[in-house]
Design a protein around this ligand. Structure first.
Ligand code: XMP
Length: 517
């Protein structure tokens, strides 16, 4: 899809590998200024073409003096654009203009008090001192010529520097993290005041421009979209539908490993609420027969991914021809963050509708590819996607296959489905459902003895997992009150046939993952 945001005022963040690079981008967008993240070594020529109003250098793990330290194209400094260097980016700035960076006498990690020495531009509308978040071992020792100190901390006399003439600023701390007081104001000052970017970025204008673009791009052609009932694919469908109406066909494939009644709810949501025709495929038997006896988690994922592709092709043939395939790819998946990808190896193969044969000749359209998840939620709300869907916990594509440890059997599937529903119901009743990231019951082949009535039963052990998380990269188990755990446990052993014991998973991620498989 074309970059529909080309004409909009924007800030560009050069990514030097900080874990916070995407966060800087999100915060600038929260200030209603469109922002993109690009690799640190993006040539000045390419940046000129992007025509940003201002440029931010992110933090990063390197030391500017280390061999092979990532440096930007020096021509960028001559572009006449405002620059804000954050942490490592601050040191890049200092180094470039002949200042000196050295190992700080004492490393600063965590909160520090910043005394503001000049509140005329970058620190406009702030108090005389703020708490800020530091994370660095190097510090600027000599401030480059033409720059002056605009803020300092106890350990860092030049924690913030600036040159009004050049419109360039360097700050040692991270304004993008919530621990920095009024960090948003600092980023807003840079984006809107210093760079003069107009605050044009909001989700209604995103919808309007994207709808127009989809129409131009697709013309009279037909589009196929796979939907799961999750927020991303539903939002893609709603957006495409608004743009091209009946030229869009949505397909929902039931692999038999969904949450209780999920297929009914998705069909209802699309048909009744969104007014979108849905091609419903009940492929339960075909998936389950291929999964029979398979216990290796990665094999399960591969089989499910492969069967999805097969089902999808069958739909495309039967209902086609289609020329476009719409997908719910989001910005973080488009942008590989970081200087190098590092060891971010695939820990689990996540499936999507990839691996489609070339002869289908489907061109891919990804209308959400510029959005972050929180922005997708806003778009969904504006498109009247109902709250119950927005609030629903994320659910993995392979569904219960990754929550059933070992081979998938009808009995284990029934137990996982039913017990998970009880977990959800009890969390809703206790007011916890909306506060946690995911909650479910998993089941494996481990058994334990229980007594039901007068009968001794050798039943399944059900594992309840409830986690809190911001982005699923890390997660912690939820400290539920004992009485809520008790109710969940009682209901599972009383109501789910074949379940005799209930355990609660108390492993955080890392080292554990959210799903057991
Ligand atoms: P893990 O288990 O890796 O999960 O901590 C992180 C997030 O990803 C979801 N997840 C998946 N989603 N296909 C998906 O579409 C998968 O194979 C898959 N495995 C895990 C998981 O539910 C959690 O939100």
């Amino acid at each position: 899809m074309e970059d529909n945001n080309n004409k909009m005022d924007k800030i560009v963040v050069l990514d030097f590998g900080s874990q916070y690079s995407h966060l800087i981008c999100r915060r600038i967008r929260e200030a209603n200024v469109y922002c993109e993240l690009v690799p640190y070594n993006t040539p000045a020529k390419a940046l000129k073409e992007m025509d940003p109003k201002g440029i931010i250098f992110s933090g990063g793990p390197a030391s500017v003096y280390a061999k092979g330290a990532p440096k930007p194209d020096r021509q960028i400094f001559a572009m006449g654009k405002p620059i804000l260097g954050i942490c490592y980016g601050h040191q890049v700035l200092v180094d470039n203009f002949g200042g000196k960076v050295k190992k700080a006498a004492s490393r600063e990690y965590g909160r520090a008090g910043l005394k503001i020495d000049d509140d005329s531009d970058l620190f406009k509308n702030l108090d005389t001192s703020i708490n800020c978040w530091m994370s660095h071992g190097d510090a600027a020792e000599k401030v480059p010529e033409g720059f002056k100190v605009i803020g300092h901390t106890e350990n860092s006399q030049s924690a913030a520097i600036g040159s009004r003439e050049r419109k360039m600023y360097g700050i040692q701390f991270h304004p993008e993290v919530v621990h920095t007081e009024r960090g948003m104001q600092i980023l807003k000052n840079f984006a809107q005041e210093i760079s003069g970017a107009k605050p044009e970025w909001d989700m209604q204008s995103f919808i309007d421009t994207t709808v127009k673009e989809i129409r131009e791009q697709v013309g009279e052609k037909r589009v196929l979209a796979a939907v799961s009932g999750g927020i991303d694919s539903t939002t893609v469908a709603a957006l495409m539908h608004r743009a091209i109406g009946k030229q869009l066909s949505c397909v929902f494939i039931n692999h038999g490993l969904l949450r209780q009644d999920e297929e009914k709810e998705v069909v209802r949501l699309f048909k009744e609420h969104l007014g979108i025709d849905l091609i419903y495929v009940n492929a339960e038997k075909r998936f389950l027969s291929r999964l029979k006896g398979v216990s290796d988690p990665e094999k399960k994922r591969k089989i499910i991914g492969d069967q999805f592709a097969k089902e999808f092709v069958a739909v495309a043939k039967k209902h086609g021809p289609f020329q476009w395939l719409a997908q719910g790819t989001l910005y973080p998946d488009v942008i590989e963050s970081g200087v190098s990808k590092g060891p971010a190896a695939v820990i689990k193969t996540h499936h999507n509708v990839g691996g489609l044969p070339k002869w289908l000749k489907l061109q891919v359209i990804e209308p959400l590819r510029f959005l972050y998840k929180d922005e997708v939620r806003k778009v969904a709300k504006l498109l009247e996607v109902p709250d119950e869907l927005l609030k629903r916990h994320p659910f993995p594509g392979p569904g219960l296959a990754v929550r059933i440890i070992g081979a998938i059997t009808p009995e284990k599937t029934r137990i996982a489905k039913h017990a998970s529903k009880l977990v959800e119901d009890e969390l809703k009743a206790a007011g916890y459902y909306d506060k946690v990231w995911q909650a479910y019951a998993a089941v494996g082949d481990d058994r334990a003895v229980g007594v039901l009535g007068d009968e001794r039963v050798y039943g399944h052990i059900v594992m309840v997992r409830v986690v809190e998380s911001i982005d699923a990269m890390t997660a912690d188990w939820t400290r539920l009150p004992y009485d809520v755990i008790e109710r969940i446990s009682n209901r599972i052993t009383n109501e789910v046939e074949g379940a005799t014991w209930v355990t609660y998973a108390v492993s955080s991620k890392p080292p554990a993952t959210i799903e057991p498989q």
